[in-house]
Design a protein around this ligand. Sequence first.
Ligand SMILES: Cc1ncc(COP(=O)(O)O)c(C=O)c1O
Length: 444
Amino acid sequence: MDSLLEKIGSLSKSEQAECAKHLMLGGGTRGGPVLVRGQGVRVYDPEGKGYIDCTSQSWALYLGYANAEINRVVAEQMQNLSHVHQGFDTLPRFYLARKLAQIAPGDLKRVSFTVGGGLAIEAAMKIAYKNTQPSREFICLYDSYHGTTLAMMGASWVSTRAAGKLVGGSRFLGLTRPFIRVPNPYCYRCPLGMKRENCSLACVQILRLTLERGVAGNAAGVIIEPIQASAGQIILPREYLEAVRKICDEFNVPLIFDEIQTYGRTGRFFAAEYFGVTPDIIVLGKGFGAGLPIAATIISNKLEGFQPDSEELHTFANSSVAQVAAAKQIELLENGILQNACRMGEYLGGALKGMQRDFPEIGDVRVAGLHIGIEFVRDPVSKEPLHAEGKAIRDEGIKVGVIFGLGGVRPNVLKIKPPLIIKKSECDEVLEKLHEAMRRVLRK
Ligand SMILES: Cc1ncc(COP(=O)(O)O)c(C=O)c1O
């Protein structure tokens, strides 16, 4: 056996178990198949069984597996340059920076690249902090997730006493940064116990009070996921985001949108466009690189940016290969893929709402393009969360050949976030398999 890939591909089950003993994993929903190859929206296990992947692998493979156009541009670029030190200019970096400035909303025109989402939010925090001195505190929302680097862990629900237990990040409290968290507009289960019809956005008033009286000095920034993904696919109301924008202006606090999961997925490049609210800083990651590690922080021209004196420097922050992949993907998104995300999102959303007739356990269907979540409850009145059933439905899904997302704060929320290239016939397959998985768990 000559080729390394052949050697790897022929690892027996017992060898795999032996290898696994050397792995140390800090997270991720386990229990799925071992993956060996993928094509389009499907991924295959060693026995050749195929699964439609509604997780897009951490919601990041917008163009699915083994996209020929991305593979081609990556292979071509690999012949020229791959890794380049941040201090050297390259044509792909020039091109991608200008392209992002062209598609970004408002006056967000300057970009810093890095390798992952957590680091990109940290970069946003550095910029916000620099521009608000004297300041110290950052504000984020209940149930938010902004990564697990030491700086971001304190902003993420994983450091919260969440879902009745202390998890992950709480073990590092002595090392993480304290964030001030304010109530999120999770209107299906309002944390303030109010109803949307007559709440007058009380949660936004709490943000206002916090900026007025709950911080020492200026606040350094407000960090928000416009759709709280790990929180359970919570789509923030447009009027909430509009009100936050006004309040941030009033207090002169930079508004940071963590668009690491929303970039492209709502059917628009940015959730900022989807909601019609422009922040001061947008952070991208995940799907931005078509599966290659690259993240970006895009800032308003009004803000002072980085100085080139090691304020922000990472060895792999200038991968020309990831940059051409990101740029090629933008071209493809512009040429029909974003429209497809809108169309398929509407189609799936309509069908899921239709399923509520047979399955009242689907308490809420939340759809913004292909950013979709369904929340399982005992019944629509009590809204008692069906945590065990959520996991069981995911497990049955895997048996019937579809991988749904789960996890985060609310294990009763199933996430349906396939690659943006999904076709209608593939959506039908997802719906059939979901129906079967729900039937097995909820009607046994
Ligand atoms: C909204 C959001 N922000 C930040 C992150 C952190 O990104 P990364 O895992 O690339 O550090 C994630 C990752 O899941 C995320 O979903």
